[in-house]
Design a protein around this ligand. Structure first.
Ligand code: GLA
Length: 387
């Protein structure tokens, strides 16, 4: 990937002299879905796949972007004097949003950049290609201009730019997982205060498999923002009867005792998911520490049911993948991962069942949905770096 992105840089911009190459990973979330904007816990890990950038400073204030994933768009030009979102800017709205967010924090770039991007996260798969591009941009700005930011700052800046420049009200999980990734570890993050612990995730006798449904429904961003506001409204209603800062502050019992304050059935279901999913995540990490993979898997399955029925962010294709996974001997747990409405599932599968998992789930998916699914045995990697 490094060689490919360098070669392309030379081809597009005429030289590879003085060009630096950077990488930031995508992520998969093991459990704790739609909890990160509710002050709850998440448990994601960085992947070894992600986004690469070849970068060189320019003498003027121009910005030139080229993506090997969107070759037909050609070079997209902009300038440091035009850090505003636009449709014409296409995918460059992500790096431009990060540059804009740096500038807003007093970190002004004093010259432009030539950039070539190349990612190996399957497009629209829910494995955080956009967060990896944001963290990658932030990491590159830090290195090129000497800005004084930590990796946690990179996560916050990435989220801020996605919320305020790109109009997607995401939580912090994806950017945090990309910026703070650690080989062979998942990150147990409390989004209420950003405290975190690394938990080893090399499973004894089992593998983590990501299955790509190869579908992405267009409502993902709009429905995501709707879920978020439903939770905010439910929180306000609950705050009239209990003193809490977020839905993540409630146990299941406290929620059941106070849920009548929520005046709408749909919002009750949304809030229930946020509360129960947070508690499941805490329990799952304890189970993992105790080497109780069986319980971890059961909690993953319960997470899926809750996302499907209460939070309603699954879709038929994903439900087929999960149902078929549950049928296979040797599957410890399986659920949708990421924002929803398509994308990927994550499953824990015993070593000896990996091949039959791929065969059986793949064949059933093709028969029932008419599409091919892709399977990846996941490797957990480190955060952003200069290569
Ligand atoms: C998307 C968002 C995250 C998180 C997940 C759901 O990936 O970017 O912040 O909310 O959905 O868990």
């Amino acid at each position: 990937m490094k060689e490919a992105v360098l070669k392309k840089f030379e081809e597009i911009y005429g030289t590879a002299d003085g060009v630096k190459v950077y990488f930031a990973p995508g992520r998969v979330n093991m459990i704790g879905e739609h909890t990160d904007y509710n002050g709850g816990h998440v448990f994601p890990c960085a992947l070894t796949i992600g986004t690469y950038a070849a970068v060189k400073k320019r003498a003027d204030r121009k910005l030139r972007f080229f993506s090997m994933n969107f070759e037909s768009l050609g070079v997209i030009e902009s300038s440091l004097d035009d850090l505003t979102p636009s449709e014409a800017a296409e995918w460059t709205n992500y790096p431009k949003g990060v540059m804009w967010a740096f500038a807003g924090r007093g970190m002004e770039m004093d010259c432009g950049l030539d950039i070539v991007i190349n990612g190996n996260i399957p497009n629209g798969s829910g494995l955080s290609s956009s967060a990896s591009l944001e963290v990658l941009t932030g990491f590159c700005l830090k290195d090129q201009y000497g800005f004084d930011v930590t990796n946690v700052d990179l996560a916050k800046i990435g989220q801020y730019s996605e919320n305020n420049f790109n109009g997607m009200n995401c939580g912090i999980m994806d950017q945090f997982a990309s910026a703070m990734g650690k080989k062979d570890h998942a990150i147990f993050l409390d989004t209420a205060d950003l405290s975190y612990q690394y938990a080893p995730l090399v499973l004894d006798g089992a593998k983590i498999i990501v299955t790509n449904s190869n579908v992405k429904h267009s409502l993902v961003n709009s429905e995501y923002n709707v879920r978020r506001s439903e939770c905010e409204k439910a929180l306000e209603e609950l705050q009239t009867v209990v003193k809490i800062a977020g839905l993540g502050d409630l146990t299941e019992e406290e929620f059941e005792a106070n849920k009548s304050a929520i005046k709408d059935e749909v919002r009750v279901k949304r809030a229930k998911h946020a509360v129960y999913e947070n508690q499941r995540t805490i329990r799952a990490v304890e189970a993992l520490k105790e080497n109780n993979l069986k319980l971890f898997g059961e909690l993953m399955n319960a997470s899926h049911v809750s996302l499907r029925d209460d939070y309603q962010v699954s879709c038929d294709e994903i439900d087929v993948l999960v149902e078929e996974a549950w049928k296979v001997d040797g599957v410890i747990g399986s659920r949708i991962t990421g924002g929803g409405f398509g994308g990927c599932t994550v499953s824990i599968v015993k070593d000896e069942a990996v091949e039959s998992f791929k065969e059986k789930v793949g064949a059933a998916y093709e028969a029932r949905v008419g599409k091919k699914a892709d399977f990846y045995v996941v490797e957990i990697g480190d955060g952003p770096r200069c290569l």
